[in-house]
Design a protein around this ligand. Structure first.
Ligand code: PEP
Ligand code: MN
Length: 356
């Protein structure tokens, strides 16, 4: 199914100018925190405010959002700063309350977009309503599920549609809180070129120091916008404290963004480089795991009084991997050099452990 799209049509905002920025705290905590953050952001020229009112939390007992009580605070943000307001909706009841409170833009979270039943209920509740809706990628890296979620909302007649890339859950959370897997939003862009895609560096990175580089990467890859968590007192935030930045810091980051005219060529080069970065990350993870196993072997060798270097085993590895490499189209000598280097590091780590 083709998406039937029209521009987001956000009043007072030039949508052709990249990046479109949505900023605000992860959660609306108190009226004071919301107003304080909003005023600072508005002063920095931010035009669209975000704040989570209903918070999907991994475990019960955490702060689950202030709920309806916080909606008048967003209304006040709009009245006093002129910013448009946005919040996450996960149920038809949320939609009804948000619409009654005059929220300008809705987004659907990653846990909700992973659930077709919830998406259909939301779509039904949006029938006949003209409001822009942004759909976050589902937590799992499934492009079809993401597109399906967009199609359900679009099927309800919502044409002012966008997507948010917030990264994907993965077992190995080495660098990112949610793995970016850039090829997925890039493929979404290829399939739906008219659909504006926002990058959410806060939930991808999970850390303040990753916000700037992730924003830049998103611009390099031709994303239309950014949705960034910003809080007037990030260290004291009731949710996602580690990833929120001060409005001043956000302004500093946005100021330094290099936004180049996106051409398909640079976009695809950037996409390919991104794939290389991701593959290198995987290589690094695999090497780390290999070294860990190798250290476990060292413990065994120590217990059984064996020498660190077992020449028979080493020759077997060099020979087998060389032949495998040739089958994969690589030079046998090149593979041999790599395994010599890996073996050397492995012996170094084993020796260190045995002599401890
Ligand atoms: C959020 O935007 O605060 C949020 C809960 O995001 P996600 O659905 O991406 O986890
Ligand atoms: Mn958050």
């Amino acid at each position: 199914m083709e998406l039937n799209l029209s521009p987001l049509n956000l009043s007072g905002i030039d949508e052709t100018k990249r990046p479109l920025v949505i900023a605000g705290p992860c959660s609306a905590e108190t009226e004071e925190q919301v107003m304080n953050t909003a005023r600072q952001l508005a002063q920095k020229g931010i035009k669209i405010f975000r704040a989570g009112v209903w918070k999907p939390r991994t475990k019960p007992g955490g702060f689950e959002g202030k709920g309806e009580e916080a909606l008048p605070w967003l209304k006040r943000v709009k009245e006093e700063t002129g910013m448009l307001t946005s919040t996450e909706v996960a149920t038809p009841k949320h939609v009804e309350c948000a619409l009654n409170a005059g929220i300008d833009l809705l987004w659907i979270g990653a846990r909700t977009s992973a659930n077709p039943f919830a998406m259909q209920e939301l779509a039904d509740s949006l029938k006949g309503i003209d409001i822009p809706v942004l759909v976050k990628n589902p937590v799992n890296p499934d492009l079809e599920l993401w597109i399906g979620a967009l199609e359900r909302i679009n099927g309800a007649g919502v044409n002012r549609l966008g997507a948010i890339h917030r990264g994907f859950s993965s077992i190995d959370q080495k660098i990112y809180r949610n793995a970016p897997m850039w090829h997925i939003p890039i493929e979404l862009h290829r399939r739906c070129p008219q659909l504006p895609i926002f990058c959410d560096p806060s939930h991808i990175g999970g850390r303040r120091d990753l916000i700037a580089p992730l924003c830049q990467q998103a611009m390099d890859m031709g994303f239309a916008g950014l949705i960034v968590e910003s809080h007037c007192n990030p260290d004291e935030a009731w949710s996602d404290a580690k990833q929120q930045v001060l409005p001043d810091v956000l302004d500093f980051i946005l100021d330094r963004l290099v936004v180049r005219e996106s051409s398909e060529l640079t976009e695809s080069l950037a996409a390919l480089r991104k794939q290389i970065d991701e593959l290198d990350n995987e290589l690094m993870n695999l090497l780390t795991k290999r070294m860990r196993v190798s250290r476990e072997i060292a413990v065994y060798k120590k217990e059984h009084n064996m020498a660190v270097v077992q020449t028979g085993r080493y020759s077997e590895i060099l020979e087998k991997r060389g032949a495998q490499g040739v089958l994969c189209g690589m030079d046998a000598d090149f593979i041999k050099k790599i395994y010599e280097a890996i073996h050397e590091e492995s012996v170094r780590q084993q020796t260190e452990l045995i002599n401890k």
